[in-house]
Design a protein around this ligand. Sequence first.
Ligand code: HSE
Length: 435
Amino acid sequence: MKPVNIGIVGLGTVGSGTFNVLNRNAEDITRRAGRAIQVTHVGARRDNPAADTSGVTVSRDVTEVISDPAVDIVVELIGGVTLAKELVLGSIAAGKHVVTANKALIAEHGNEIFAAAQAKGVNVAFEAAVAGGIPIIKAIREGLSANQIQWVAGIINGTGNFILTEMKEKGRAFDDALAEAQALGYAEADPTFDVEGIDAAHKLTILASVAFGIPLQFEKAYTEGISKITAEDVRYADELGYSIKHLGITRKTSAGVELRVHPTLIHNSRLLANVNGVMNAVMAMSDAVGPTLYYGPGAGAEPTASSVVADIVDVARALTTDPDNRVPHLAFHADTLSDTPILPIDQITTAYYLRLKAKDTPGVMAKIATILSDSGINIESLLQKEVEVDHGQVPIIMITREVKESRMNDALKKLEAEDDVVGSVMRIRLEQLDG
Ligand code: HSE
C-alpha cells in the first residue's frame, strides 16, 4: 500500500521527538498501521540539532507544508493559537488530516476546527494535547464508551506538580522549584500558564467535552493557581494527613457540569496524592467500570511524541474509512452534543481547608465555630497551633465537610469581619475522590 506522507510543522521539543520516534520505530509502526508512515516535509524556522532531517524537504516558510500536495497528514507542533489555527484550518481546507499537540488551540478553537474538519471529511487528532504521553483521550473517548462518566479529576500540569512536590518533600521555595522546572523543559514558554492553571484548564476543558459530550467551553472554566500556596499550608495539610495538588476537576451533577482547576487537598491514602514530580495522572469515575486511573509523563519530547505518533497511526488506519463512521472528535456525534450548562464556581459543592489567625482571647474558638455552624458548615477536624510569641496570634486550621461554595463565601466574609480574626482566611478546596 502507498506510504502515508507526513508533514511536520514545528521542530522544537515535541517536533524533534516525533521525527525521531517515527524514524526509530518505523518498522513496528508500519506493522501496526499496515503501511509505511514517512516524514516527507518539515516546516521549521530553524534547524534542531536533536533531529537529523537530511533527505527530508525542509521549508523555512511553514505554510509550504500545507500546500505540498504530497503531504497526507499535517502534524502541527508549533504551539500558540494564531498561526497554528491558520495552519490547521488551511490543512483542513486542503483536505489534509491533522494531528496536533496544541491544547490551547483545541480548547479555545476546537468547536470551529472540528466543524470545519467534519464538513471536509477529515480527522483532527489531539491525544498529545492532554497529559502528554498518557493515552487519556483514547481511554475516555473509546475505552469508556459503555459508561456514563460521573467525574474526571487529574494532575494535568507537570510543572505545577513538580513545584508542589518539591515544596512538600524538600521544603523548597516556589520560585526556586519553578526555575528548575523551566530548565528541565517542562514549563510553558510563559510559565504563568502552568502555575496559574491556564494550561490545566485547557486540558480539563478537552477532558470534560470527551467525557460528557459537551462543546468545548474554555471560557467558562474556573482557574485558580498555586502561587499563593505557602510552605505552612503544605505543612499543615500534611499534619492533617493530606497533600496539596493542583487538580483539574470536572463533574456532572444534576444542575450542570463543574469545570474547575485549583489547588486541592487530597488525603494521602489516595493514589492521586502520591503522584509526584513532573508525572501526571487522571482518574475517571464511571457508572459501569467504577474508578479507573491513568498515570504517566505529562510532558517531554518522546513521551509527547508517543501520543502524537499514536494519533498518526490512528489517522493512517482511518484514511480509507467513511468519515461518518470514524470515532467522533469529541467522543459523541457532533449533532448529539448536549447543552448542559457549566456551573459557576459558587455553585459547586466541596469540602474545605481553612487557615486563619485569631487573637489569643477567651471564647475566640466558640465565635469561629458559631459563625460556621450558623452557615450550616460542619467542621470535621481542627488544629490549633501555639500562640505566635511575636504577635500573640493563634493559627487555627480547620477541615470542613462538603458545602456549597456560595455558602462558604458568606461564612468567610463573616469570619473576616470578626474583630478577633486577623487578616484574611486562607481557603483551599478539599476533595475525597473516593467515588
Ligand atoms: N507545561 C506543561 C506541563 C507541558 O508542565 O505539564 C505539557 O503540556
